[in-house]
Design a protein around this ligand. Structure first.
Ligand code: GRF
Length: 203
């Protein structure tokens, strides 16, 4: 089993990217490496993190594309030379068109700050607080054609406490997410045939 090649797709602060890079650094047996970071917008903190870590970064600016399909195709084309085994969405705020699922079937993972199928979408924390749920959490799942949907790989519960705001709840959720996501990526990566092995098989 070779080392799985990861692409991490970001849009913002990149705390999940940082947690993944730290987990890989600390664990010789992690079995995966981040070979490229791709953002849908320029000048975000996640790109700076990639730069500091010496990892290639690419911007595919969504505002330059007329359709989601063209935007997604440009992402897939940009990733092609990196021979990616697993695409990791980490705070990536765009929805990929089905062409990405076709190119990377069961090879795109996402983390969402709620216990899916509850509270999909970009307001998961606000929705949890508005519904006064007592428990919310983190879900890591394979990505399919729908938003925040697809086979669930791992979940962890996070309590909502009296007086929680979006900020306090986010902090508690991210603490859990920053452990769960790297651990789940490690597990998924270990069950993937890598590109190296695939190219040997096809020769
Ligand atoms: C994470 O909480 C993730 O669940 C959600 O967006 C947030 C991204 O944070 N999809 P970061 O960019 O990794 O800091």
């Amino acid at each position: 089993m070779g080392v799985a090649r990861l692409a991490v797709l970001v849009s913002g602060t990149g705390t999940n990217l940082a947690a993944l890079l730290a987990a890989i650094d600390e664990d010789e047996g992690f079995g995966a490496e981040v070979v490229v970071v791709l953002s849908d917008r320029p000048q975000v903190q996640a790109l700076e993190r990639a730069h500091h870590a010496g990892i290639d970064s690419i911007v595919v600016d969504w505002s330059e594309f007329a359709t989601r399909h063209e935007f997604t195709e440009a992402i897939c084309d940009a990733l092609e030379p990196y021979r990616i085994d697993l695409v990791v969405l980490a705070g990536f705020m765009r929805i990929l068109a089905p062409v990405a699922i076709d190119r990377y079937p069961n090879r795109i993972v996402n983390t969402h700050p709620a216990l899916l199928p509850a509270f999909p979408g970009g307001r998961a924390l606000e929705d949890a607080l508005e519904h006064r749920v007592k428990v919310t959490g983190v879900t890591v799942h394979f990505v399919d054609e729908q938003v925040d949907h697809g086979p669930i790989i791992a979940q962890a519960a996070v309590p909502v406490v009296d007086g929680d705001t979006v900020a306090t709840l986010r902090e508690r959720i991210q603490e859990v997410e920053h452990r769960l996501y790297p651990a789940t990526i490690k597990q998924v990566a270990s069950s993937l045939p890598t590109n190296v092995e695939r190219s040997v098989v096809s020769e």
